[in-house]
Design a binder for this molecule. Structure first.
Ligand code: NDP
Length: 326
């Protein structure tokens, strides 16, 4: 038997609960993993509360991130005892995920635990930090350098936003943080933001071209915020779009793209090929330190997941939540 969060949808409605499952109930896969840590992402909140159509089949163990040790393997590249990491691939949506003490997964979804990171550190980073890293790599590939000016990060108190600020600052960029929680300004400054703006400046529909303010941006908010950002990027700059915390809509115009040569770079972490994942995690291992990870994350137990979930969905949690499943 092993402990897990289980989401069920039946005549009694949609509900998530803490339970015990039998190993024989695990889905198919060629690697079985003793999970050490998982984490809570916005998507896990949508899955657990049912507020978004994230879960594709029931019953489902949520958890889009996990780190742990291989127990049994039919895959040549992994042996019992190997430490492995998983982010995405529809795990926690279509296939049982990380909010459990055991997981059975496809070996091609895994990467080896990155060198110089502990299991707990990888879950402090999780999908949010890995996505922030992919967004920064996209800015770099498009030629955005620290000399060109400020980078705007939206959803600053969230997981992706917090990592984007911390990583950009460590790489020498001047960061402007946009937040609805100005009371958290000291925290955002400690992460590395040197300017903080109220997200209300960006949430309403605006003009198609606005004053050129930022050399680049990492946006986890979408909707009018993303349209206003595109309209305010300096000539030749890049916006990395990775989220939809404000909304999935995007009413923009072509003006920033055809008059200022702005690039809108889409960031998907879920289906990202193996080589990109390994490269992003190696980069993370070379940039993060314990000060940043401690500032950005706190740990809870598996039994605390469901009681915490409303806070996550209401935007009341700062940074990242690591889940110790044991
Ligand atoms: P969090 O819940 O940790 O953070 C989201 C942040 O967005 C909040 O902390 C808040 O920041 C801000 N926010 C919330 N509601 C609104 C609103 N109505 N209008 C404007 N801002 C708002 O989520 P994550 O950081 O884990 O994820 C952020 C987004 O990125 C999500 O939409 C998620 O689905 C997406 N994502 C996408 C990935 C990909 O592969 N593309 C991977 C990971 C996440 P503040 O209080 O500072 O304003």
């Amino acid at each position: 038997m092993f402990k897990a969060i289980l989401i069920e949808k039946d005549d009694n409605g949609y509900q998530a609960h803490f339970t015990q499952l039998n190993e024989s109930e695990l889905p198919e896969g060629d690697v079985t993993i003793k999970v050490e840590y998982s984490s809570l992402n916005y998507k896990d909140g949508l899955a657990i509360t049912g507020k978004g159509p994230v879960v594709r089949q029931f019953p489902m163990v949520p958890g889009i991130d996990l780190v742990g040790t291989v127990v049994t393997s039919q895959a040549a590249q992994y042996q019992p005892g190997d430490q492995v990491l998983l982010n995405g691939w529809g795990v926690g949506e279509k296939h049982w995920g990380g909010l459990a003490q055991l997981a059975r997964l496809k070996s091609q979804w895994l990467i080896p635990l990155p060198k110089n990171l502990t299991p707990k550190q990888t879950m402090a980073i999780g999908t949010a930090g890995y996505t922030a890293m992919l967004a920064i790599i996209a800015l770099e590939k498009n030629g955005v350098t620290p000399e060109q000016g400020r980078i705007l990060v939206t959803g600053a108190n969230g997981g992706v936003g917090g990592f984007a600020i911390g990583l950009l600052a460590k790489l020498g960029y001047q960061v402007t943080a946009s937040t609805g929680r100005l009371a958290e300004s000291d925290y955002l400054t400690e992460l590395g933001a040197s300017e903080i703006i109220d997200r209300n400046e960006l949430v309403q529909a605006g003009k198609p071209l606005q004053k050129e303010r930022w050399a680049g941006a990492i946006d986890s908010v979408g909707s009018h915020t993303l349209a206003n950002i595109c309209a305010s990027i300096k000539y030749g700059g890049t916006v990395a779009a990775c989220g939809l915390a404000q909304g999935m809509d995007f009413n923009s115009s072509v003006a920033p793209f055809i008059l200022r040569g702005v690039t809108l770079a889409g960031i998907d972490s879920v289906m990202r090929p193996y080589a990109d994942r390994v490269a992003a995690w190696q980069r993370l291992a070379s940039i993060v330190d314990n000060h940043l990870l401690n500032l950005l994350s706190h740990e809870i137990t598996l039994t605390q997941v469901i009681p915490s979930i409303d806070q996550l969905m209401n935007g009341q949690i700062r940074g990242r939540v690591i889940v110790n499943v044991n």
